[in-house]
Design a protein around this ligand. Structure first.
Ligand code: OGA
Ligand code: NI
Length: 359
């Protein structure tokens, strides 16, 4: 639990409603203590030489136009989902202009004067569009060097007036394009599990809910003391991430033989990063891997990224393995609401949410 002194500092920071960007604008030259991560979280000693087995594949979706090309794309997606849990896609159908426009809009929102952003700053769970710094500010052990514009975009987007003007037109357009890509990805993943193409979308409704997290990572005066995002796996079926050219995203790769190692996700112009989330790991009975990742802080910046989480639109949604192998189901049936409770508690007990429902 947070000490009284820490709580006081967290509250003071939160009350500014100006986020980390506000600290940077005020000219801080030292990272405040509330952002200091413990040394074991910062230790990035185990980094692997770029051995073949650790690379994050780039998959060209242009292959989908022919049946043989499609088969090889399914094979590549399946192989990535079963190992590193991350891949990048190119020729994915989201135009470059839509990607750069989305990043520019998010950046301009974050760089508006604090007074313009303050009305959007909120921790109200009922609010569908909000600006916040660290959704788990009061739960986590250490705050991260990041601000976020968070919006529930599907099944219903927020009323336009609740979306900051800088993103009002661009964000829904970008999300529409990501949903179209999502349909393709869920088709490929269905086939990769040996199910019919429409299974994850139609039977499992994986495309019905989408949350948007637009992140802004200001340049950090002491990057060795904090993180842009602490290690976590995603509470989603699947996540599609758009990042700019700054970099900093790392994936914890474990090949069972070596020590787990943090591997950089390279920035690639025009590419989108895709990763398997916890819900799909559970549904695939551990065939597909929801892999932990983090974002390191950097002295250069800002870095801007947009994560689109495909997730169930109702907290009553039941999750259970949809494919099993000889060993039987590895997870008991659960609900999104139960997992979300575990995510909220993770900052305190450190146990990954899926552990709680593993048989
Ligand atoms: C996330 C996430 C990574 C990034 O939002 O869950 O992992 O690069 N983001 O911003
Ligand atoms: Ni993530």
């Amino acid at each position: 639990m947070a000490s009284e002194r820490r709580l006081y500092a967290l509250k003071a920071f939160d009350d500014t409603k100006a986020g980390v960007k506000g600290l940077v604008d005020a000219g801080v030259t030292a990272v405040p203590t509330i952002f200091h991560h413990p040394p074991e979280s910062l230790d990035d000693a185990p980094t692997h030489p770029h051995g073949h087995q650790f690379s994050i594949p780039v998959i060209d979706l242009a292959g989908l136009v022919t049946p043989s090309g499609r088969a090889s794309v399914v094979g590549a997606v399946k192989a990535a989902a079963e190992t590193v849990g991350f891949f990048q896609v190119v020729n994915h159908g989201v135009p470059e202009a839509a990607m750069s426009g989305m990043l520019a809009a998010l950046r301009s929102f974050n760089e508006e004067p604090a007074e313009a952003k303050r009305p959007y700053y909120s921790r109200d769970p009922g609010r569908r569009a909000k600006y916040e710094s660290n959704f788990d500010l009061f739960q986590s052990r250490a705050a991260s060097w990041r601000d976020t514009l968070f919006m529930e975009m599907a099944p219903e987007p927020p009323p336009p007036e609740e979306i900051p003007p800088a993103c009002r037109r661009v964000a829904p357009e970008y999300v529409g394009l990501v949903q179209r890509l999502g349909r393709t990805l869920f088709e490929l993943l269905s086939e990769g599990m040996g199910l019919r193409r429409g299974y994850l979308e139609e039977e499992q409704e994986c495309l019905d809910g989408l949350s948007f997290a637009g992140h802004y990572y200001p340049a950090c005066p002491e990057p060795h003391l904090t993180l842009g995002a602490a290690r976590h796996s995603d509470p989603s079926f699947l996540t599609v991430l758009l990042q700019d050219a700054v970099g900093g995203l790392q994936v914890l790769v474990d090949d069972d033989k070596n020590q787990p190692a943090w591997v950089d996700v390279p920035t690639a112009a025009g590419a989108l990063v895709v990763n398997i989330g916890d819900y799909l790991q559970l549904m695939s009975n551990d065939r597909f891997k929801s892999v932990e990742h983090r974002v390191v802080a950097k002295s250069v910046g800002p870095r801007v990224s947009v994560a689109c989480f495909f997730r169930a639109d109702a907290s009553t949604r039941v999750l259970e393995p949809i494919v099993t192998d000889a060993g039987g189901a590895r997870y008991r049936s659960t609900t999104v609401a139960e997992l979300v409770r575990h995510y909220r508690a993770k900052g305190l007990d450190g146990v990954p949410a899926l552990q709680h429902v593993r048989i």
